[in-house]
Design a protein around this ligand. Sequence first.
Ligand SMILES: C[S@@+](CC[C@H](N)C(=O)[O-])C[C@H]1O[C@@H](n2cnc3c(N)ncnc32)[C@H](O)[C@@H]1O
Length: 271
Amino acid sequence: MSIDVSGFKQGQKAMWTAGDYPEVARRIEAVGRYVAERADASSGIELLDVATGSGNVAIPAALAGAKVTGLDLTPKLLEAARARASEAGVEIELIEGDAEELPFADDSFDRVTSCFGVMFAPRQGVAAQELTRVARPGARVVVAAWTPEGLIGRTFATSARHMPPPPPELKPAVMWGSEEHVHGLFEGSGAELSFELSSITFTGDSPEAWLARDEKILGPAVMAKAGLEPQGRYAELRQDMLALYDEVNEAEDGSFRTEAEYLLTIATLPA
Ligand SMILES: C[S@@+](CC[C@H](N)C(=O)[O-])C[C@H]1O[C@@H](n2cnc3c(N)ncnc32)[C@H](O)[C@@H]1O
């Protein structure tokens, strides 16, 4: 079995169109700001944000003075990014496109970023090569990805246990959160890699309320429910997800508070 690349990307587009991703993005705004900061977004810098979504990196980078291009597969999210940019009073070039086939010449940008975005491209090596191809000599590529062991890695694994198995060539997206794997992805680029392991805190009224909200706004959760419920198989996934949220919950007053771990990769290309 091999990967149906184009079918997979159609699925990604449908998944990130479902629910209300701009609302989800509010939970991780701080990571977007941090990626822009570690990319040293500032005046005179040309920055490409790959899989920009509703602009969590692109907007702070533009506010910091960088000339920003944001690219994404999902038109609905580009519209949201456009509205947010206009509200923030910044100009960003927003382009519909694919991380595995960036519509830019070699050596086009001083910085290339991706926050929980490029990790969803199905051919990870191809996507990594594209990030470095469009980056100029001496440029910095900054990628944030959820780790396999962290909360989001565990939610993906929980969900996957209830779905048909993917083809073996399709590496889990969270492999972008493993240092060893990322070394392999950038092999041959000559980039010098450094890593930061970090986390973001999620808080809610209760584990149950967090899950109920996911079912409404988080594309992957919306799609899993829509796919499994008609077959009478959703209740089991829901139970497993709730058990996970209960297990990771650090709050002792019935509310929900947990850490979601991610890996930040900084790849500096040879000058
Ligand atoms: C979890 S969201 C992250 C969005 C944004 N970077 C943020 O931090 O909020 C994942 C994004 O990846 C985009 N995406 C998935 N596969 C893609 C691909 N092959 N090329 C470009 N964008 C892609 C989706 O459309 C979605 O906007």
